[in-house]
Each structure stands twice: as C-alpha cells, then as structure tokens.
Design a protein. Structure first.
Length: 619
C-alpha cells in the first residue's frame, strides 16, 4: 500500500470513528476535528471548530495542564488518560476522558486527542458511591453492629463498629469473606443462623453473649424480584442493659411472689370485674378455701357463700358489696382503700374474725383490685376476754361499794354505843376517883371516835359514785364560802390568811366540789410548819373546755416520790400523833374529780409549800 493510500484509509477511519478525535498544535490551535468531535462540542463545521483553541474549552487550570502535557508529548513522553470537564459551544459542561498522543500532521508535529464523553459513567459511579455511603450511614445508625453480605459471606458493606471488632477499616473489609475473619467458635453457630436465613428466606433472630455483653442479633435475607436470596443484612444490638433490667425485674418479681406466697396474711388480687385471679396460701389458711375453688369467682360471691358452701352470710354483706362497687366503678379516686371488719365461717365450721383492706392497683391496662385479709380472731377473743374481765371487775366493785355502804352504815350504830357508854363510864369514874380506869376509858373513847371518823369517811368515799347529785352550774365563789364556813374553827385557831382570784362557774355536783375545796384547804392549814402562819391562795385558769384550779399553801411540802401516793386510800406520810387524819381526804378528792371527768395532781417544794391542781368542766 502506498503512503497516500494508507493516509486515505487512516483518514476514512478517523472520519467514521464514533470517538471524537481532534488534532491540535502545541498552542492548542485546532488543525482537524472529526465529525464525532464536531457533534460532541456542537460545532457545525470544521471551520467553526478551528476558530477556537482546544484549550479554551477546558477550565483555566486544566488549560494549563493541557498546555504542559502537550509539551511533554512533543518531548516523546507518553501520558495516562486524563479526566476533565469540557465546555461545549452552547456553554454546557460535560465530563470527558482524554487520551492524547503525539502525531505528525501534514508534516508538522501535532497532538491527536481522543475524547470520550463519560458524563453518564461518572453519574453512575457517583450514584453508586453515594449509595454505598448512604448504606454505611444507615448501618452506622443506632444499631451497634451491621453488615451487608452476599450469600457466600462476602462483605458488601459494613459499619464502623463491626469493622472495629474485626480489627480493620470498613473500606479494607469490602470484598472479604466474613467467615475468614472471625474465630472458629463463633463462626460455626453464626454460619448456622446465616444458612437458616438463606434456606427459610425468613429473618433469624438470636441472643448472643460476647465477652460480658449480650447482643440481640438479626440475619435478614434480602430477596431479588425472583424471590432468590441475594444479600443478607446482619445486625447486632447491644442488649446487655435490657437483659440486666429484665433479670433484675425477674428477681424482684420472684421476691414479690415469695413474699406473697409465704405471707400469713391472705393476699388476693382480682381483675376489673372483681373476679379473683390470685389467692395465696395465707388466704387459703384463713378462709379454708383453696385457690382452685375461688379463682374466677367474684369476691362478694365468695363472701356471700353462694358458690362455696358457707362463708360469710353475716349481715354486713351489703356493706361489703357497696365497698366493692365503689372500688370497681369510682375511677376518680385511684387511691381509694376500703376497710372492712367481718366475721366468716370456714367450710370446716370455724368462726373467724377478719380484717380486710381492699384497694385499687392502677396498671397500664386499667386497674386491678388487691385485698389483704388478716385473721384477727385471737385479738378479738382477747378483746372479748378483756371486756368480760372489765365487766366482772365493775360488777365486783359495785358489790364491794354496796358492801362498804351497808357495813359503814351498820358499823356506825355500835360505834356510837361504844363512844356514848365509854363517856358515861368516864363521868362515873371521875366521881369514883380511879385515875387508871379513867385513862383506859379515855383510850376507848378516842379509839371509838377515830373509828367513827374512819367509817364516816369510808362511807363518803363509797358514796361518791353511787349517791352523787346531778351536775348543775355551780359558782365556785359560793363553794369556797361554804367550805371556809365549815372550816371556821381551824381558820380562827391558826389565823390563816386565805386569798383568791376571781372564781368561775363550773358544771358539777356542788356538795362534792365543796368537799374537795374543804379537804385541800383543811390539809393546807393542817400541814403547816411550826410557828408559821398558814397562807393559802386559790386561782383558776381556763384550759380546753375545763377550768384548772390551783390551791397553793406555804406548808411543809411533799417529797416528789409521794406525789402520786398521797391520792391513794389510807396513804399518809406522818404519824397520827404529829398530824391527825384518816388518809382518806385526798383519795376522796380524786374520786370526786374523776367523776367529773377531771384530773388532780400536786407540785411541791419541801419546806416551801405545795400547790394542788385539779380540773372541772366549764359550765
Ligand atoms: P389525811 O387525812 O392524812 O390528811 P389526806 O388523804 O388528806 O389524808 O392526805 C394524805 C397525806 O398527804 C397526808 O397525810 C399528808 O402527809 C400529805 N399531805 C396532804 N396535803 C398536804 C399539804 N398541803 N402539805 C403537805 N402534805 C400534805
């Protein structure tokens, strides 16, 4: 083939090539452009194309590269393909791959450039890259470990966490087989779940312990349009905390169950309709009914004894039903607790006293009712025994009081005889001049008088409750005048100074209250130190519905250990020779004050005096 012929063939090849081919000189001046090139850049004719430098179609920085590369080619170097943007005649920009070679064109050195539009390919690449990154971002979302595998275990994508456990970067793991990267002991069972997901085409889920952590693992097959498994998404979520919470919950649930089981109290739970769902051992022991007999039955039916033999049947049943109605229907008061005391009869015929508290247990799905039953039979029995004991005591006290009243009445008569006859004999003896006999008779007379006083006081004491007057408004001012009147002999003898504040009106038995004032003032005069003029002051202060009276003296005082004792019958701190008396005065006062619902007590300082306090109801 001649050179010309060869040239012609080459030209024809270039002219018809689907690749755009441009020849330019070192400056970028276009010497030739084939039709494909003209079509690519949008020039109508070669002449039009030749008006522009080849480098003018490149961005500025790329134009410089083009220029430099052209020189390199002319120097005999060869260059790798270049990816570059290219501006079209209409101003649009495309992405091209450029292959440039050195050629001799019409006897001159030139650059021949093959241009391929790769805009579309770049777009596809871009989409793929973006997809991979999106996938990875998804895989990196809260799931702890995630990977996308093909059916052979080749890693198509993997998230950072998972890659970290395999000791590599996500990028470097792409294309590796996952089964070669894990220890054999985990590969075996993980592969089993993996294969199962492929075969069943269903998600396989399993819990896995790795080190001290628990993972919730999922193998999720991804199917093709034809229903073939093409990929598998693997995820593992760190579940340690949840499993721990579940275990703790299970533990506390077990504790609660044990508590319910071993409780001696009956613990019952019902649903929203009052039907029993839980009936513990304690409830069985108390009621004599087993869980089997009562589960599903409403609490009030059991109480009524409709379903199981005889239980309950007492007249407070309607009250019990009302309580349940309130619990089941009144949703306003979520914390309502009803208390119920009652008597039950067990199937064995035992009568038991129970105390029941019934309450709502709000739950996410509405509410339930809880009831706690306590067997209070023993307590009730004790209460009953105590009541019987108190009744008996009251009765025997009444008997005793009756006895004392009769005895003191009947004793008075013979005593009077003894005193009267000893006095007669005394008179008689005086005339007979027998000093010895006179002395003996004096002793008999004194003893008789003393006994008469004692019997009298006792009689008064026993009559406080039985023979008292009705309570009426009583002016204490008047009471005090009467008491002082009764004491006028002692008052005159001792020159006692008695002062008082304004005195109120009380609701009381006037005679008895006079007795109280009289006894305390009498003592204040009596228990006065040698050579001291007694001084007494009476005051009154209001104190919740009562008046509190204080009678203060300047007497010998009372040791603290006797503050309570002196109010006991016959208790005295001194011999009869030093201070006469029966030891009954303060006991009588206490009994009177208590009959009025009041209190009496003393405060004292030895050698300085005592203050007696007592309270009486306001009028
Ligand atoms: P008595 O008949 O002895 O007065 P009371 O019951 O009135 O009996 O008093 C009991 C005892 O309390 C008295 O014996 C006395 O020792 C003591 N006592 C009562 N009042 C006073 C007082 N104002 N000062 C000192 N001691 C008192």
């Amino acid at each position: 083939m001649s050179d010309e012929e060869e040239n012609w063939n080459y030209k024809a090849l270039i002219e018809h090539s689907s690749d755009a081919i441009v020849v330019h000189d070192i400056e970028g001046k276009i010497l030739y452009a084939n039709p494909a090139a003209l079509a690519l850049v949008g020039d109508k004719s070669l002449e039009e194309a030749m008006k522009k430098s080849a480098f003018a179609r490149l961005p500025k920085n790329m134009a410089e590269i083009g220029h430099r590369d052209s020189q390199k080619l002319l120097d005999g170097q060869s260059l790798p393909p270049l990816i570059a943007p290219l501006f079209l005649t209409n101003g649009n920009r495309i992405e091209v791959e450029v292959n440039a070679n050195f050629v001799n064109f019409r006897g001159k050195p030139a650059i021949q450039v093959h241009i391929r539009d790769i805009t579309h390919r770049r777009q596809v690449d871009e989409i793929l890259r973006e997809r991979l990154e999106t996938e990875r971002a998804l895989l990196n979302s809260p799931i702890d470990m995630a990977a996308l595998l093909d059916v052979n275990g080749i890693i198509l994508n993997i998230n950072d966490n998972f890659a970290k456990t395999l000791g590599q970067s996500p990028q470097s793991l792409l294309g590796s087989c996952i089964w070669n990267l894990m220890p054999a002991e985990v590969t075996d069972y993980r592969r089993k779940y993996f294969d199962r997901a492929i075969q069943s085409k269903q998600t396989v889920r399993y819990d896995e312990k790795n080190g001290d952590k628990w993972y919730d693992s999922l193998v999720n097959p991804i199917l093709s349009d034809q229903g073939r498994v093409i990929q598998l998404a693997i995820t593992a979520r760190d579940n340690t905390e949840r499993i721990q919470i579940e275990e703790n919950l299970k533990e506390s649930e077990e504790e609660l169950q044990n508590l319910i089981k071993s409780s001696r109290d009956g613990i019952i739970i019902t649903d929203e309709k009052g039907r029993i769902t839980k009936w513990n051992k304690g409830a069985e022991i108390i009621t004599g009914l087993t869980a089997n007999e009562v589960l599903g039955v409403t609490a009030w039916e059991i109480q009524a004894g409709n379903v199981t033999k005889e239980w309950g049947g007492h007249n407070s049943l309607s009250r019990y039903r009302t309580l349940w109605d309130q619990l089941l229907n009144d949703s306003n008061d979520q914390h309502f607790t009803g208390l119920f005391d009652g008597q039950i009869r067990t199937p064995g015929g035992d009568i038991k006293y129970i105390e029941q508290s019934v309450f709502r247990i709000p739950s996410q799905r509405g509410f339930r009712i809880g009831a706690i039953i306590r067997d209070i039979t023993d307590r009730k029995m004790e209460e009953q025994q105590l009541k019987e004991f108190a009744d008996n005591l009251k009765r025997s006290n009444e008997d005793l009081e009756l006895f004392v009243t009769i005895a003191t009445h009947d004793l008075q008569e013979p005593l009077r005889g003894i005193v009267a006859y000893s006095q007669l004999l005394l008179n008689y003896c005086k005339h007979g001049k027998s000093p010895q006999m006179e002395k003996y008779l004096k002793v008999i007379e004194n003893s008789g008088l003393q006994m008469s006083q004692l019997v009298n006081d006792l009689r008064m004491y026993s009559r406080v409750r039985t023979r008292g007057d009705q309570f009426i408004p009583v002016d204490i001012q008047k009471v005090l005048s009467n008491a002082l009147n009764n004491l006028q002999l002692a008052i005159k003898e001792t020159q006692v100074v008695i002062t008082h504040d304004e005195l109120p009106i009380v609701h009381a038995d006037a005679t008895q209250v006079t007795q109280v004032f009289q006894n305390i003032i009498d003592n204040a005069i009596k228990f006065c130190g040698e050579g001291i003029v007694p001084e007494i002051h009476i005051s009154a202060n209001p104190e919740d519905g009562m008046w509190q009276f204080a009678i203060r003296d300047n007497g010998i005082g009372i040791p603290e250990e006797y503050y309570n004792k002196i109010f006991i019958l016959f208790e005295r701190l001194h011999g009869r020779d030093t201070y006469p008396g029966t030891g009954l005065g303060l006991a009588l006062c206490k009994r009177i004050i208590e009959r009025h619902g009041g209190r009496i007590w003393v405060e004292s300082e030895i050698g300085k005096g005592s203050t007696f306090y007592f309270t009486l109801p306001k009028a």
